[in-house]
Design a protein around this ligand. Structure first.
Ligand SMILES: [Zn+2]
Length: 345
């Protein structure tokens, strides 16, 4: 596992709709690890093994992150914003942010006061970013409407192989699918293996739609993060008892393909690896839902990394879970055969 490259990805801004810098890094990284690497008009990067094989398995991890977007600039030069994806607005006041402009990153401070701190109903439109500008004209000489914003924070290592950072959701997924493909090549996978770092998952799902529509996979697997029930997590009655460090999570829900889950479980068994199971109703809220409904329909599964404090600037995950997820998916790629029968009876 290339921790240095993972941390490089986690230190790159990639707010939904503005993922190109991160996608380019993945594109370059995969050049000597795949048989072919494609980029499409949205910036989706797809690494491929055995591109002429008719049976295709597509893994998707999304490269985009949640954040803010500049919508207006006040006469005093402060920036006004809207949310991109599901932010916790109250986590922003009092923090430093990065604004990704066409001339590079500039920095800002999100205004805070006793009144703002007491406002539990704070909306993104209530946030004001101070970039030190003298007035609107001064601000506009550096920032354009539509520029994206993230917390000014990257990744740190914690005890026991844990890491914390913003938007591990889902840059760790984009990293995992690429490393799994590189490992599958070493294992001699025979089917068409496709790993995509998708754009737009947090907003429109366009990246997964473009990619699955074009690849036309026989099987799709979304690789994302999931809520835990440990450390201030959500009730286990909602999504089962899930903890950081206890292995990749397989999802059971009405749309997930049972035989694919069984196949993944079999791979975990071969590797002597613990996996966790989450049970959920309805759709998954991931690229899996999008890929599932492309073309003539695509059977899919969801493999997740347990993640604490999702969509906060201090998400916590485990390097061991990431490593295990890479191994599991590489094994799955290598285990797939062109004559797999996915019909339930
Ligand atoms: Zn996600």
């Amino acid at each position: 596992m290339n921790k240095e490259f993972l941390f490089e990805l986690l230190s790159t801004g990639s707010v939904s709709g503005n993922e190109a810098e991160l996608e380019k890094k993945i594109y370059d990284y995969m050049q000597d690890k795949a048989d072919e690497v494609r980029v499409d008009e949205l910036g989706n990067v797809t690494a491929i093994l055995n591109p002429s094989a008719p049976f295709k398995v597509l893994l998707a991890g999304h490269a985009d992150e949640i954040g803010l977007m500049v919508t207006a600039i006040g006469s005093d030069g402060t920036l006004m914003v809207t949310n991109i994806g599901g932010i916790y607005t109250t986590t922003y006041p009092g923090h430093k942010v990065r604004i990704y402009t066409k001339n590079g990153v500039i920095y800002g401070a999100v205004a805070n006061s006793r009144d703002i701190a007491k406002n539990g109903d704070l909306k993104a439109s209530d946030l004001k970013i101070d970039i030190g500008a003298k007035d609107r004209e001064d601000a506009l000489s550096h920032v354009a409407l539509g520029d994206t914003v993230t917390f000014d924070t990257d990744v740190r290592e914690l005890l026991n192989g844990c890491i914390t950072g913003r938007a591990l959701d889902d840059r760790i997924g984009a990293y995992i699918v690429m490393e799994a493909l590189a490992e599958a090549k070493k294992k001699g996978a025979s089917v068409g293996c496709y790993s995509v770092a998708t754009t737009g998952e947090e907003t429109t799902g366009n990246g997964a739609f473009f990619t699955a529509s074009r690849v036309k996979p026989n099987i799709a697997i979304a690789v994302d993060v999931t809520y835990t029930s440990d450390n201030c997590g959500i009730s286990e009655a909602l999504t089962s008892d899930i903890a950081v460090g206890k292995g990749p999570v397989l999802c059971n829900n009405p749309s997930i393909h049972k035989k694919l889950n069984a196949g993944l479980r079999e791979c975990a068994k071969k590797l002597n690896m613990e996996v966790q199971t989450e049970a959920a109703n309805g759709s998954t809220g991931t690229d899996g839902d999008t890929m599932h409904l492309t073309g003539i329909g695509v059977p899919f599964a969801l493999v997740s990394i347990p993640l604490r404090y999702m969509h906060n600037p201090d998400e916590v995950g485990s390097l061991a879970d990431i490593r295990n997820c890479i191994d599991l998916l590489a094994e799955f790629f290598a285990d797939c055969t062109a004559d797999m029968d996915l019909k339930p009876f």
